[in-house]
Design a protein around this ligand. Structure first.
Ligand code: SF4
Ligand code: SF4
Length: 200
């Protein structure tokens, strides 16, 4: 190796000695993450306290790491947890498997599942990294009532509470079942009689 190459290499070391250090004294010093950082998941609620999750399991199907387990159950007028017909009776995310890709939150039709910026998820046991529904649910908003709600006292759910993908009447206050029935009857009106539409 030529002496000039050695001096060139040493000059890099010398210049680096006077650069500002970027060492962060974690955990005493914590820097905010970027706003779209993928951290721990959260199951969101509506302002009245009802859960956004409708137990559809699309997040579990979308997960490439098989890290989500959902078991849905039916809402009843006497015990309503979510706006839809069903809610997630069991919801688990296994952070031993999760690769924080975010595909599950893209798949969720109601924006029930989002990701927070929280990254401190270590645990001394593997079981400690399996988060259950109570670990993931957002807090009940101030003044709201925690589920289960009853339709008799809290009123039937409105379709406007579905996620941003619900294009039908976002602002509607019509009960969801009335709107669905109306939609079904419109579809029935459009159906052709049995002998029409068949190629002769
Ligand atoms: S972030 Fe990715 S790996 Fe983690 S639970 Fe969601 S889909 Fe699965
Ligand atoms: S979090 Fe979203 S995608 Fe997953 S079960 Fe609930 S509603 Fe369905």
């Amino acid at each position: 190796m030529m002496p000039s190459e050695i001096l060139k290499g040493l000059s890099v070391t010398f210049r680096s000695m006077f650069r500002k250090r970027n060492t962060v004294q974690y955990p005493e010093e914590k820097r905010p993450t970027s706003p779209r950082f993928h951290g721990r998941h959260q199951l969101n609620r509506y302002p009245d306290g009802l859960e956004r999750c409708i137990g559809c399991e699309l997040c579990a199907y979308a997960c490439p790491a098989d890290a989500i387990y959902v078991q849905g159950a039916d809402n009843t007028p006497e015990a309503r947890y979510s706006v839809g017909e069903r809610y997630a009776a069991i919801y688990q995310i296994n952070y031993n498997r999760c690769i924080f890709c975010g595909l599950c939150i893209e798949a969720c039709p109601t924006r029930a599942l989002t990701m927070t910026n929280e990254y401190e998820l270590s645990s001394p046991t593997r079981q400690g990294l399996v988060y259950d529904k109570p670990d993931l649910l957002a807090a009940v908003p101030a003044g709201a009532k925690p589920p289960p709600h009853t339709d008799a006292t809290d009123g039937p759910p409105a379709i406007a509470r579905y996620g941003p993908q619900a294009s039908v009447s976002q602002e509607s206050v019509e009960p969801v079942w009335a709107l669905l029935r109306e939609q079904e009857s419109r579809q029935a009106d459009r159906e052709l009689p049995a002998d029409e539409g068949v190629a002769k």
